[in-house]
Design a protein around this ligand. Structure first.
Ligand SMILES: [Mg+2]
Length: 389
């Protein structure tokens, strides 16, 4: 047996010398351009964004984004995210290497389970740091580049009238979008009318996805989706409540259109339940909901192994979390669906917080090429949106 001597500095080589020295929480109120309405809750005026900036002893910093969405299974508030990070995660992080992302995320989960919204910006900031230290974009850390750009879908929020919905859809189609996600679930008569109007207006030039955001009962979903079937719906997203996986599985057998799970999937265990019960044909991830890049890459691998289609999504986000998903897409060797991960930068948000925002072109997002996430915070924008919590 060959005795291969380890280099004398193997310990140092295994751990980059850079150490995290400070965890900075930056809570923001990021305004929507127009109030954002889905099946649950009132229309929203702002996104409660939290940026985490990690400082190091080498001067290089890394950023990640999460938000207090407070719907669809999330009970987050900005103050509780900041307290969780400052009081519990920061002491566990100080002195660690940004290259220890798997160990750090594992420690967070052991210390405080079900804190994915608070873990997301830290893990993603560690990836941003690793990329900046090595001078490579994050997708190089995730397996390398499989695509240069990724097609995205636009979201049609609840508009009040079919006319204004069609106007909104027309705007997206003129921008080059071919995938439209229609929010449904409050008024089946209007949902049907909207789908008929979209199909009549755009014929087969668009793909129509419908998203009930967990807002329907089984019987209402069966009734509505059956009526929508003749209009060639690509996928019906999360028709039923988060907890009703058995209902989703029964519905998947009762309707012809494929179903997608979104709110029902937070961890790898909830994904395994969807797979085991064949409750959906595809599933959607979001940076905040699923805990950031580290966990999402794992979920995508599990889904691909099970033959589940991957939908790269996001809550409405700034270019920071949008970039995180773009890098995941870049490094994914499997097909990815046209996801809604760029809805925040496709017109939903009134402003962005980086100097080099991601701007979709022709319904596609180009993969950022700069080191780390490839986006740089705009300090003036941060100062103007910052709030005290
Ligand atoms: Mg959804």
């Amino acid at each position: 047996m060959n005795d291969i001597p380890l280099p004398s500095n193997a310990d140092q080589m295994a751990n980059a010398p850079v150490k995290i020295t400070r965890v900075e929480c930056i809570p923001l109120h990021t305004p929507f351009k127009t109030p954002f309405k889905i099946s649950s809750g009132a229309a929203r005026e702002v996104v409660e964004t939290l940026i985490v900036r990690l400082h190091t002893d080498q001067g290089v910093t890394g950023i990640g984004e999460t938000q207090a969405w407070r719907r669809q299974g999330s009970a987050e508030t900005l103050p509780n995210l900041v307290r969780t990070i400052n009081d519990y995660f920061a002491p566990m992080l100080i002195g660690r290497s940004p290259f220890d992302v798997a160990a750090v995320m594992h420690d967070f989960n052991n210390a405080m389970y079900n804190t994915l919204y608070a873990q997301a910006p830290i893990g993603d900031a560690m990836y941003d740091l690793m990329g900046k230290i090595l001078g490579v974009p994050v997708h190089q850390l995730l397996g390398g580049k499989c695509r240069d750009k990724v097609r995205i879908a636009a979201v049609l929020t609840m508009q009040g009238t079919t006319g204004s919905l069609i106007d909104s859809a027309q705007g997206f189609v003129e921008q080059g979008f071919r995938h439209l996600v229609l929010k449904i679930g409050n008024d089946p008569t209007m949902d049907l009318r909207n789908v008929i109007a979209l199909r009549k207006k755009f014929d087969n030039k668009i793909l129509i996805r419908v998203d009930a955001n967990a807002g329907l009962s089984y019987d209402r979903a069966l009734s509505l989706l059956t009526k929508l079937e003749p209009y060639d719906i690509e996928t019906a997203e999360q028709p039923l409540a988060i907890w009703d996986i058995d209902g989703m599985a029964a519905l998947a057998r009762a309707v012809r259109m494929p179903l997608m799970a979104d709110e029902s999937v937070s961890t790898d265990h909830s994904l395994l339940e969807i797979i085991g019960k064949r409750a959906a044909s595809s599933f959607q991830t979001k940076i905040a909901k699923n805990g950031g890049i580290h966990y999402i890459q794992k979920l995508w691998h599990v889904a691909a192994a099970a033959g589940l289609d991957i939908n790269p999504g996001n809550h409405p986000s700034t270019s920071v979390a949008t970039a995180a998903v773009a890098h995941l897409c870049a490094a994914c060797p499997h097909p990815v669906m046209a996801g809604v991960f760029a809805v925040g930068v496709s017109g939903a948000l009134a402003t962005d917080i980086v100097e080099n925002p991601i701007i979709p072109v022709d319904g596609e997002v180009l993969i950022p090429t700069g080191p780390g996430l490839g986006v740089t915070l705009d300090e003036d924008a941060i100062a103007s949106l910052r709030i005290d919590v």
